[in-house]
Design a protein around this ligand. Structure first.
Ligand code: TPP
Ligand code: MG
Length: 477
């Protein structure tokens, strides 16, 4: 466990301090604001427009956003024309595309349900965070990302990894602490890492992933500048020019709670300054463990955070998977075309507690979760829309669910039957070098000279070496 207990208690204390007001609807909350503390008043001032009729007594109303509103944002903030936007709405009549989206979401749901079961049976231990209710995001990844895009997520990342192409069996094996896992069982639920699919974690520390994602975006830009590319086996950089259609992007996932952290500002600034191909996906479930995020955030419109830096943002309704896919793809295409970074905020509901170790039975969350499961389920909503308009029959959807359940069952079997890593692995990871290693004498990796020669000019290298020699001379004095 990497985060501090002090931090956690602070979150819990903050949550407890504000509990009563949060049981009011958004409308009541704003009417009562004259009696509330300035901090609480501020929570109502800039919250996104929401409708609360459908969520009586619930403190997180749905946003019920229509495609027209998404399209208007894309026109205003991203400069899309109506004709360009029409090409995105083609998904509405693309049966194959919609079925793929449905399958990706069902896979995410079934995988997380299986994780929950295996956790209860004691086969998965430690921290684990489930993504039920937020499936329109893995749906978007499956729909709009390319295999070479660099992905970097937070601790609730199983579904992001799978939708990015990481083998589902290997993800489950990682959770089971098995040798066949993505990190040979040494990483666990929060640290899925897979080189082949450019899925670069699973990060346990809130916000830690942001600067790395910025670095990954810079690496993509640098590849193009230096005219080098990954080789066919993705094992090393090669001196071959990147393909002409190299439009890779770096994608980072962050919760709305995490996005209040100062790293957001730094990353927005440097990504914008360098015009980096970076997409920040903000998963806005309104909850940061047990803290109601509006209690600690002056402004919950994270998609507008980039305004100061000239970074556009889009807000979409996670309860409408097709709109998330269409709007998200438009944002991704904007970045791919070289126009710079962007933010995508997805308004979702997290159906489970923060983790099975923290089921959130307090503060009315139990009722809210039950309501969200019944009224704000993106999968149910998708099924309702596309059976009503005749795109799919109940049987077609059922057949897909059956297929998905069989795949997930097979991945649990694979994890179950896989061996544990050898005991030597712990030693190898803990002590990669002998205890008496003198790092002043340790040779650099064999490929270092070759990489340096490729990325640093001989003149610059001469300057660097002269500087090192100078420092070494000073150290001897
Ligand atoms: C640096 C750091 N501080 C605190 C924590 C404890 N912590 C784990 S998750 C979390 C809340 C994050 O909420 P949010 O960003 O909204 O993501 P969600 O879990 O809702 O998807 C906190 C405070 C941590 N992991 N890292
Ligand atoms: Mg959250």
């Amino acid at each position: 466990m990497k985060f501090s207990a002090a931090c956690l208690s602070l979150c819990l204390a903050t949550a407890a301090a504000f509990a009563p007001a949060q049981y009011q609807t958004a409308k009541t909350l704003s009417t009562a604001s004259s009696l509330a503390s300035p901090l609480r008043m501020s929570t109502t001032v800039e919250a996104p427009a929401t409708t609360n009729e459908e969520a009586p007594g619930m403190m997180r109303p749905p946003i019920d956003m229509k495609w027209e509103e998404v399209a208007a944002q894309l026109q205003e903030a991203f400069g899309y024309s109506q004709t360009e936007l029409d090409s995105y709405t083609m998904l509405d009549s693309d049966k194959e595309g919609l079925m793929k989206l449905y399958k990706a979401m069902q896979t995410a749901r079934a995988f997380e349900n299986a994780c929950n079961q295996q956790y209860m049976q004691g086969k998965i231990r430690g921290f684990m965070h489930l993504d039920n209710g937020q499936e329109s995001i893995p749906g978007l990844l499956d729909y709009a990302l390319k295999p070479d895009d660099k992905k970097i997520s937070y601790y609730r990342e199983h579904t992001h990894a799978i939708a990015s192409g990481v083998d589902m069996g290997e993800v489950m094996a990682e959770l089971f602490m098995k040798d066949t896992g993505t990190c040979r069982g040494a990483g666990g639920s929060m640290h899925i890492f897979d080189k082949e699919t450019y899925f670069q974690g699973g990060w346990a520390l809130v916000c830690e992933q942001l600067p790395y994602a910025c670095g990954l975006a810079k690496a993509i830009q640098l590849d193009k500048h230096l005219g080098i590319s990954d080789d066919a086996e993705v094992k090393a950089k090669d001196n071959v020019p990147p393909p002409a259609d190299d439009d890779r992007i770096s994608v980072v996932f962050i919760g709305e709670g995490g996005s209040q952290n100062g790293r957001m500002a730094e990353v927005l600034n440097s990504a914008s300054k360098d015009n980096l191909p970076l997409l920040i996906i903000v998963i806005d479930n309104g909850r940061a463990i047990n803290t109601f995020t509006p209690d600690v955030a002056k402004n919950s419109d994270v998609f507008k955070q980039g305004k100061h830096y000239g970074v556009p943002g889009l807000l979409v309704d996670g309860n409408n998977p097709a709109d998330v896919a269409k709007g998200g793809k438009a944002v991704i295409d904007y970045i791919r075309s070289g126009k710079g970074p962007a933010v995508l905020q997805v308004h979702t509901y997290r159906f489970n507690g923060h983790s099975p170790a923290d089921p959130e039975h307090e503060r009315g969350r139990k009722d809210e979760k039950a309501w969200a499961r019944s009224e704000q389920d993106p999968i149910k909503n998708f099924e309702a829309i596309y059976t009503a308009n005749g795109m799919f029959t109940e049987e077609e959807l059922k057949a897909t669910r059956k297929e998905v359940l069989a795949e997930v069952k097979a991945c649990v079997k694979f994890a179950d039957e896989s061996p544990m890593p050898p005991v030597e692995l712990a030693k190898e990871l803990e002590y990669p070098d002998a205890a008496d290693t003198d790092y002043n004498l340790k040779e650099g990796p064999a490929w270092a000279d070759e990489v340096n020669a490729r990325t640093i000019s001989p003149e610059k290298m001469e300057t660097v070496q002269a500087h090192i020699a100078d420092l070494q001379a000073k150290a001897k004095d």
